[in-house]
Design a protein around this ligand. Structure first.
Ligand code: NAG
Ligand code: NAG
Length: 314
């Protein structure tokens, strides 16, 4: 009984093993020989504007000798052809070429090239006949000269805001401010020189804000916009801090002048109301009545009637 059953068991084992082996083999075949498989050296390449960049699309395995290669650019408006029917088309027409395997070389990148690109390879003779890979390209743009605003003069103790804006740079510019050619630290407390200053500095928006301006804050200020592609600066502009006491003095003088004017006006009114003329009339009632002397004098002069007036006085 035992002698018979053992071979049967052995045969079963052997069959299972063979099946396993075949399965393994076919899996291997499927992956290694009958499928198109893509890979890339760099899924998210970047370059500076006007430089070249390669979108790497390598064929790791294929059996089809003449596969169909296509590239599409994917933007918000949807996909559009970049390489189709063995030709570069669209916006990249004179600026790109196909390199080894299926890679796409852009020879003079522009900012509008920033997008996702899809490399698609169709291999008709392979069991798995299609593969694709998406490359995310970023074209960095150098900042241009930023627009800077520095208030010319600020009263001591008041607030002041300096602004700096640059909108071409990509990725978005970060900002630095300089005072008398020295970089202003993000936090005044970190520097001995600026520790008494009351500013806040926002590197993302480019705003430098003084809560209360000190005499020591006066100086030449300029701003630098920078990103990974480069940097640009505006020219220095002077910030003056004037003493509030001078303003006080000027205001005081103005008040005195206004008071004096009021007094003069009051005296004039008094003349007009006849406060003085009544006394004069009492002494000179043989002269022209009902006209104040002072007022009359001014008027006659204004009207070019001076001679009449002079004779009158004599
Ligand atoms: C790249 O393109 C820009 C404008 O699109 C052009 O001014 C520049 O000369 C080009 N550079 C090269 C190397 O072709
Ligand atoms: C900051 O203020 C303190 C106290 O008023 C003073 O002793 C110090 O010298 C000031 N520092 C600077 C850099 O002006």
């Amino acid at each position: 009984m035992f002698g018979r059953s053992r071979p049967t068991f052995d045969t079963k084992m052997a069959r299972t093993r063979l099946a396993c082996l075949l399965t393994l083999l076919s899996t291997h075949c499927y992956l290694g020989v009958l499928a198109v498989v893509l890979k890339t050296n760099n899924e998210s390449p970047w370059t500076n504007e006007f430089d070249k960049v390669e979108l790497s699309c390598l064929i790791e395995s294929i059996t089809t000798s003449n596969p169909r290669i296509e590239w599409k650019k994917i933007t918000r408006d949807g996909p559009s052809y970049v390489y189709f029917d063995k030709r570069i088309s669209g916006d990249l027409e004179d600026r790109a070429m196909i390199r080894e395997h299926a890679s796409l070389l852009i020879t003079n990148a522009t900012r509008s090239d920033t997008a996702k690109y899809r490399c698609e390879v169709t291999a008709a003779n392979d069991q798995k006949s299609f593969d694709e890979i998406v490359i995310n390209l970023v074209v960095r743009v150098k900042p241009v000269v930023p627009k800077c605003h520095v208030p010319k003069s600020v009263p001591f103790g008041k607030s002041a805001e300096l602004s700096c804006v640059e909108e071409e740079g990509f990725p978005k510019s970060q900002y630095q401010w300089f005072k008398d050619n020295e970089e202003i630290p993000d936090d005044p407390k970190t520097s001995l020189k600026f520790s008494n200053s009351s500013y806040t500095l926002n590197a993302d928006t480019g705003t430098l804000k003084f809560i209360t301006v000190r005499k020591e804050d006066a100086g030449d200020y300029f701003c630098r916009a920078k990103n990974d592609a480069g940097s640009a600066e505006c020219s220095a502009q002077q910030l003056e801090v004037y003493d509030i006491n001078i303003v006080g003095i000027i205001l005081g003088v103005l008040v005195v002048v206004i008071v004096l004017l009021c007094i003069t006006a009051g005296i004039c009114c008094a003349y007009k109301q006849g406060y003085f003329s009544s006394r004069k009339q009492a002494g000179n009632n043989y002269k022209v009545p009902a006209k104040g002397d002072g007022v009359d004098y001014v008027r006659t002069e204004d009207e070019g009637d001076f001679r009449h007036k002079s004779s009158f006085v004599i």
